[in-house]
Design a protein around this ligand. Structure first.
Ligand SMILES: NC(=O)c1ccc[n+]([C@@H]2O[C@H](COP(=O)([O-])OP(=O)(O)OC[C@H]3O[C@@H](n4cnc5c(N)ncnc54)[C@H](O)[C@@H]3O)[C@@H](O)[C@H]2O)c1
Length: 315
């Protein structure tokens, strides 16, 4: 079987997980890792028996590397992803994809021009419970969709110093609601602020309105001493509750409460496996560059809404 040659750029907390998963997948041959921090690159490279680079440009010259994961600091993602696309590598760029919409659009254009895959790290979509809810919405077993409520709260991981909680955490829920509703919100109203973080917002409540009165409410913060990641989707016939951490799904309707049993699966493994299959077997991607761009646009509109204390209409 042909293996896809892969590399990871940024080998901090999350990049190490990408590296491990690529090493575990049958379809990939992990070739190298790169981090601006030489010690970090060396340590991870030694752990997984691959070559370490501190210069991504040099690493990307290698012909045996066909795809890369971008796991640098959020504000460096787009710059490095663009360099990888220009070197003709397929790219999975972590969220939030870019600093701004202009950078994200440039990535989309470049991937399109070069005929390359561009995906964004929205791994929540791959969780079996999210897939179950998506089907229940499509086949209407949930009835008519009314609203979704997402909660993503925990302590501030202090290594994250270049973006706030909206682009770091809430962006996952912005993406999940867009995905489940199968449409884009028409307006956003948000309140965000900072209690402990010196530079960026560390709490945000975001309300998204969709066509026909449907809404999504997203609560995210870095102020809660314990970690909660939940989603509740309400339809006219049933309510579906998902705990993203345990992956337990609970469905309640007028007659019964059921808990479909899904084996816990590592979301990152599902995501990277899918990314690789899209390249090798030309499967349809579940997350595209456009999804990254749209989530970033909505996150930006939420921040604007909070700063101006106004509802922001989305085109
Ligand atoms: N999808 C998810 O659920 C998820 C989860 C965690 C983190 N992330 C994303 O992954 C990214 C990394 O997060 P983290 O927690 O691992 O951060 P981190 O600070 O632990 O690691 C980032 C690493 O990138 C390196 N780096 C920065 N700029 C670089 C550059 N230009 N070239 C090479 N290396 C560079 C740093 O030296 C550091 O080792 C962030 O964008 C974050 O949003 C996504």
């Amino acid at each position: 079987m042909k293996k896809l040659g892969v590399a990871v750029i940024g080998t901090g907390f999350w990049g190490r997980n990408h590296t491990r998963v690529f090493k575990e997948l049958e379809e990939t041959g992990l070739i190298a890792v790169c981090d601006a921090n030489a010690e970090r690159a060396k340590k991870v490279a030694e752990q997984f028996g691959v070559k370490a680079y501190t210069n991504a440009g040099k690493m990307l010259k290698r012909k045996d590397i066909e795809a890369v994961s971008l796991c640098t600091w959020s504000t460096n993602l787009a710059k490095e992803a663009l360099r990888a696309l220009k070197a003709r590598k397929h790219v999975l760029v972590e969220k939030p994809m870019a600093k701004n919409v202009k950078q994200a659009k440039k990535l989309l254009e470049t991937a399109e021009k070069e005929g390359l895959h561009l995906s964004v790290g929205f791994l929540m979509r791959f969780i079996p419970g999210v897939q179950h809810i998506k089907k229940a919405i499509e086949n209407k077993t949930i009835g008519d969709l009314v609203c979704a409520t997402a909660k993503r709260v925990s302590q501030w991981p202090e290594r994250i110093g270049d973006v706030g909680v909206v682009k770091d955490l809430a962006i996952h829920d912005i993406d999940v609601t867009r995905y489940l509703f199968g449409e884009d919100p028409t307006a956003v109203y948000a309140k965000a602020g900072s209690m402990k973080h010196r530079k960026f917002e560390d709490y945000a409540q975001i309300m998204l309105s969709f066509e026909g009165g449907k809404t999504a409410f997203i609560e995210s913060n870095w102020l809660t001493p314990y970690k909660t990641r939940t989603l509740v989707v309400t339809g006219s016939e049933a309510i579906m509750k998902l705990d993203y951490i345990t992956q337990e799904l609970t469905i309640e309707d007028a007659k019964e409460t059921v808990q479909p049993r899904y084996r816990w699966q590592e979301p990152l493994k599902l995501e990277l496996h899918h990314f690789v299959k899209c390249i090798l077997k030309k499967e349809k991607p579940l997350v595209t560059g456009i999804d990254g761009l749209k989530a970033l646009q909505i996150a930006g509109a939420a921040l604007k809404s909070s700063a101006t204390d106004r509802l922001v209409k989305l085109k």
